[in-house]
Ligand binder design. Structure first.
Ligand code: C5P
Length: 232
């Protein structure tokens, strides 16, 4: 497991995505394909980006009955993605079924990462809408532990939670952290942010960076700056 910078390719078409990726003539960055791009273009976008030599985190956050998730994961596994995810709220049984579906006949499988509580959910909405009365930090750590016990590789979490996840689930349990901004950059709609350097210090394994790279005047330079701060 290597530390890496994952670029969130939050574009609504293949055309815009390839215009962006064409700027990278040297190293092929690890890219995240989310719901917007996947639903716009379908599985072909995954195959085409993979054929260009990129690693892919397919961020579709599955959450359904165990049998459905198992079958869907088998399809994603055949797409040869490197990392994918689901909602831990689907229960341990769903997560175990997901691992079964994801595992190829030769025993290999993409990394599987759980979403705990979305960072858009706060204590108030969790209590009122989901009727979960425990402190949100405790809920996040409980979901992370359930993910680990189900055989998953790690969680998506805020950089501020990464250290505690490692304390709870061990250093080998991967933390994938969005909400990264350069010290001199725009925060935008992210509420709790860290620089790539801070994310490295607190022990994030992968940072997911979107607009600080995709909306930069020089995306390649912005990506290289992230790598220099986070990986090197
Ligand atoms: O542009 P920005 O760097 O904010 O992009 C962050 C990416 O990480 C987006 O694709 C967003 O959907 C995703 N993400 C997030 N916060 C979470 C989970 C995912 O920002 N808690």
């Amino acid at each position: 497991m290597g530390k890496d910078v994952i670029i969130a390719c939050d574009f609504d078409s293949a055309e815009k995505t390839f215009a962006f990726l064409d700027k990278f003539t040297g190293k092929k960055p690890f890219v995240k394909i989310g719901m917007e791009l996947y639903y716009a273009e379908g599985p072909s976008i995954v195959k085409e980006i993979k054929a260009r030599g990129h690693k892919i985190f397919l961020d579709l956050k599955l959450h359904d009955i165990p049998n459905t998730v198992k079958k869907a994961m088998a399809v994603l596994s055949r797409l040869d993605v490197d990392m994918t995810n689901l909602h831990a709220a689907g229960t341990k049984r769903m997560m175990e079924a997901a691992i079964e579906g994801l595992t190829r006949p030769d025993g290999t499988r993409p990394m599987l990462i759980a979403v705990t509580q979305l960072t858009s959910t706060d204590q108030e909405s969790m209590e009122n809408d989901l009727l979960i009365k425990e402190p949100i930090d405790k809920v996040v750590m409980h979901y992370a532990s359930c993910a680990k016990e189900s055989g998953l590789d790690g969680v998506v979490c805020s950089p501020l939670e990464a250290e505690k996840v490692h304390d709870t689930c061990g250093k080998g349990f991967v933390t994938v952290t969005p909400g990264v901004r350069f010290a001199d950059g725009d925060v935008g709609d992210q509420k709790r942010v860290m620089t790539p350097e801070q994310a490295k210090l607190i022990g994030s394994d992968y940072i997911v960076v979107g607009r600080p790279i995709t909306a930069a005047a020089d995306p390649v330079a912005a990506y290289e700056r992230c790598v220099a701060e986070f990986v090197d």
